[in-house]
Write a protein that binds this ligand. Structure first.
Ligand SMILES: [Zn+2]
Length: 319
């Protein structure tokens, strides 16, 4: 091969890799066909960091006849630009709608990138998600994500959802049907779960996680989250279950690990309550019952907080 051809090949290879969404040790992020016309980019299931650029959720796109419907576009404007470039490798159709599963910014801040390119995009969320985000939750998450990832500076103008949806709604978007379920209180009090009817895919937002443990904030209920997952398990089985963080899968392989984790935490908290122990006193015993979770991201710090939260919920039930 002569030198000129060789240098063109090298330049070509470099151009391709420069065009990829590369996250260092986490590899290349791309959308993969998950189920019929559903494509998912599974982010690394770890805490936001400089290395992952604050990208760690699972943006999804559903291809309709004339456009794309997106669920949870991603964690900030800058990764949103990269996610958008990856969307275009799947389809050049416009993004016509976005559904945000809940108030936490690591799921929805990137919608600003999509809305900049497609100003007519309709962004859906629960009314309460819109209200609390505008009332300070978005700013709180901006500060958390900027501190951890250093990748949000100068992007503070939020693109809030503008169409309120509620429990029981059926959305028909360009021929695709979405059933909306909103539990009163589970991962937060602003959650929507979304069934894409045609592909029988359930998007659970952070009511399901795998390989990573996240926070249960003051608006959440661990007991409510358990009840929700048990209801889902007793409903007719769908084809695919998509967590907010971690790999998607069939019903039991996707749901059982997180459900078992939460049930073990609540059982530990009940024991602490009946024996008048503090959460930290029961933690070593509960940790020993959860050996298969020790390699989940944030296991030890989150277990302590989750036990405290579960204990609080049990105390409130008993009062
Ligand atoms: Zn969340």
């Amino acid at each position: 091969m002569n030198k000129i051809v060789l240098s063109l090949v090298v330049a070509g290879v470099l151009a391709v890799s420069a065009n990829a969404f590369n996250l260092g040790k986490y590899g290349e992020m791309k959308f993969e066909k998950a189920n019929q016309n559903v494509y998912i980019m599974h982010g690394p299931p770890v805490n936001p960091s400089v290395e992952n650029q604050g990208f760690m959720n699972n943006p999804a796109i559903i291809e309709s006849k004339h456009g794309l419907i997106m669920i949870d576009p991603g964690g900030n404007y800058n990764v949103g630009q990269k996610i958008l470039a990856e969307v275009e490798k799947v389809s050049k159709k416009p993004i016509i709608a976005i559904i945000d599963t809940h108030k936490h910014g690591d799921h929805w801040f990137a919608g600003k990138s999509m809305a900049e390119k497609y100003p007519d995009v309709k962004i859906y969320a629960l009314q309460k998600m819109i209200d609390v985000s505008k009332a300070g939750e978005a700013q709180k998450w901006y500060d958390i994500l900027e501190r951890l990832s250093k990748n949000l500076k100068g992007t503070k103008e939020f693109r809030f959802p503008d169409i309120a949806i509620k429990n029981g709604d059926v959305l028909n978007i360009d021929g695709e049907t979405f059933y909306i379920h909103s539990p009163v209180r589970a991962h937060t009090d602003t959650d929507v779960l979304i069934v894409h009817a045609q592909s029988k895919t359930l998007f659970l937002g952070d009511n399901l996680m795998k390989s990573r443990l996240g926070g249960f904030d003051e608006s959440s209920s661990i007991i409510g989250n358990i009840k929700l997952l048990e209801e889902i398990k007793s409903a007719p089985e769908l084809n695919l279950y998509v967590p907010g963080h971690g790999p998607s899968g069939k019903r039991d392989e996707a749901i059982d690990p997180f459900l078992h984790y939460m049930k073990t935490v609540v059982a530990g908290a009940k024991e602490a309550y009946s024996e008048d122990l503090e959460a930290y006193e029961i933690k070593p015993k509960v940790a020993s019952q959860l050996k298969e979770y020790h390699n989940w991201d944030e296991f030890s710090p989150q277990l302590g907080k989750h036990l405290q939260k579960a204990l609080l919920e049990i105390e409130q039930l008993e009062d």
